[in-house]
Design a protein around this ligand. Structure first.
Ligand SMILES: Cc1cc2nc3c(=O)[nH]c(=O)nc-3n(C[C@H](O)[C@H](O)[C@H](O)COP(=O)(O)OP(=O)(O)OC[C@H]3O[C@@H](n4cnc5c(N)ncnc54)[C@H](O)[C@@H]3O)c2cc1C
Length: 536
């Protein structure tokens, strides 16, 4: 890493195993039997959510994770230096807050170590001309931040905040707006370029803002106005650790380093899986997969899937990818404001709206564009001091670049450090306090590395695939197969390839539980002691 000192800290990678998650070394307890009610292939948060409800219902589950640690995109580890706890992928768990699992505390994950922190300020956007906008938990205070730049835009923020309360309704108002593009809505409603930039990048969406049917994203700033950007105390992985502990406490077994290689099909029904090491696990009742559909389809004879399913897999598109760099630092990033320096957990750099509109073009031509790159910065240690040694910090920098380079994805191995250096230089223009000597270590993950880390991040797609109209709702993963039941009887699918898609929402997981419990002769209402509950 160019020009960066290490100052005597111990590099985590040299001390393997330093994975934080105790479930990494999990009790590779040999199960007493290789027969279970339900076999779960893959341990992302969604499949763990499904397994948790099934285990609570009394079904004996075995979860087989291919990697050394459970969690997929919801993991934390000390992979720079000892004592610095980084989120390997996700940090903000917004989507989980509206899932009844958390909202209604359906399975009491607090008893298994999950506790959320709700940062305030929520989000900050500085500009090179000295302007800035901060989103605070108090919506009136956020409105005032917009109003100090443009009075009318302050009023617009407030009006759209109120409108967002009705977004679930199927009114004509929402039919039109959800079909519009994110950019159309922002351009039509906000006047000032700073305010427009904020509304384009708060939070940044993987979908280009000028694409049709992205109108919902124009309102996503209000989701975080409502919930902040919640962080599990101790690391993102605390969610999946809690789920895994819950499953074990309810008779389930979790095995890591168990990549699933084949589906066992007997009498036309999926009855288990075979792992790459030759071990086989048999399911008395059902098999649940969170293996990417691009890989799943090769795990059973083609004729069992049917032509529509195969076509749906072949036409599946990746998303607009990202890269992630984790820094261990001796100081957080500080931005100047009228009231002094501010060190927010979340900030975004977007030089102007035109730069956001350029993003789709760079992807289309397979180019890495490091000129004024849009960047999302997350400093979890600011709100959660358990993430780093006293006075130290963890900083994650997410950039947006294509996986499929003109030179091929492998070219990422040649350029990723250079791209991270250029991004750091850009950040230093906004935050001059982050000089190179404050950086103790870093780990750069290119879109290709993110796929290597987790095969579910197919082609670097950290939400499993694109979420445009052709892969949303009843078309996720493909028309006809959006109800979590797969074409092979006995096989179910959850995770980011299923509705409503990627991110840390747990909704594909809970929805799959609803369907499986029904097929198994019970219901989620019975399991959680509620009268009525529909798929979310
Ligand atoms: C850098 C980065 C930052 C992100 N930030 C956020 C954020 O702040 N907020 C947010 O909501 N989302 C964020 N995301 C996205 C989010 O992490 C994912 O969309 C989400 O975790 C996906 O969960 P999942 O349950 O669908 O599957 P995954 O988490 O992908 O889990 C799938 C699991 O299945 C396992 N698996 C796959 N194939 C096999 C096999 N054959 N055998 C056995 N196991 C297998 C994998 O190893 C993995 O553990 C981010 C992603 C990245 C990469």
């Amino acid at each position: 890493m160019s020009g960066i000192t290490r100052r005597g800290f111990v590099k985590g990678a040299a001390l393997a195993p330093l994975a934080l998650n105790p479930l990494s070394s999990l009790a590779q307890q040999t199960p007493k039997t290789d027969r279970f009610d339900v076999v779960v292939a893959g341990a992302g948060h969604n499949s763990l959510v499904t397994a948790a409800y099934l285990a609570k219902a009394g079904f004996r589950c075995v979860v087989l994770e291919g990697r050394p640690t459970v969690g997929g995109g919801v993991k934390s580890a000390q992979f720079t230096l000892r004592g610095f706890i980084h989120d390997t992928c996700s940090s903000a768990h917004n989507g989980m807050q509206e899932n009844p699992l958390i909202r209604d505390n359906e399975i009491n994950l607090g008893d298994y170590g999950l506790e959320y922190i709700f940062p305030d300020p929520v989000f900050h956007m500085p500009f090179l001309d000295g302007a800035y906008i901060t989103q605070w938990r108090d919506p009136e205070r956020t409105r005032a931040e917009f109003a100090k730049i443009n009075k009318k835009d302050g009023d617009t923020y407030w009006r759209m905040w109120k409108e967002s309360e009705t977004i679930q309704s199927n009114s004509k108002f929402w039919q039109r707006r959800l079909a519009m593009s994110h950019w159309d809505i922002i351009r039509d409603n906000f006047e000032d370029e700073h305010c427009r930039s904020f509304m384009l990048a708060c939070p940044w969406s993987q979908q280009p803002p000028q694409f049709p049917m992205t109108g919902r994203v124009a309102y996503s700033a209000f989701n975080q106005q409502r919930h902040s950007r919640p962080l599990p105390k101790g690391g993102s992985g605390k969610l999946t650790e809690a789920l895994a502990r819950f499953i074990e406490a309810h008779g389930g077994v979790i095995l890591t380093n168990k990549p699933v290689a084949r589906l066992i099909v007997e009498g036309g029904k999926c009855t288990g899986v075979e792992c790459a090491d030759g071990s086989a696990y048999h399911a008395e009742k059902a098999v649940l997969s969170t293996i990417h559909i691009k890989h799943l389809v090769d795990m059973a004879p083609k004729d069992l899937w049917g032509p529509d399913f195969i076509d749906g897999v072949e036409t599946w598109q990746p998303e607009f990818q990202m890269m992630s760099t984790n820094y261990a630092t001796s100081e957080p990033i500080k931005y100047p404001t009228a009231d002094g320096m501010i060190s927010p957990v979340h900030s975004e750099l977007l030089i102007n709206p035109a730069r956001a509109l350029r993003f789709a073009y760079d992807y289309t031509i397979g180019a890495v564009n490091t000129e004024n790159p849009p960047v999302h910065i997350i400093q979890t240690s600011v709100a959660d001091p358990t993430r780093a040694p006293a006075g130290m910090h963890t900083i994650k920098v997410v950039g947006y670049h294509p996986y499929d380079l003109k030179e091929g994805p492998k070219h990422w191995d040649n350029i990723k450090e250079e791209v991270a250096d250029a991004t750091l230089k850009f950040i230093q223009r906004y935050a001059p306090n982050l000089t190179n000597d404050k950086i103790l270590e870093r780990e750069v993950m290119s879109p290709l590395d993110l796929e290597r880390m987790n095969p579910h991040n197919w082609h670097g797609s950290c939400h499993a695939g694109g979420s445009g109209p052709s892969q949303s709702g009843a078309m996720r993963p493909m028309p006809g197969w959006a109800n979590y039941r797969m074409p092979i009887p006995g096989l179910y699918q959850t995770g980011g390839t299923t509705a409503p898609g990627g991110s840390v929402t747990g909704l594909p997981g809970r929805n799959a539980a609803i369907v499986m419990l029904k097929d198994l002769g019970t219901s989620i209402e019975d399991v959680v002691g509620k009268k009525q509950n529909k798929t979310s």
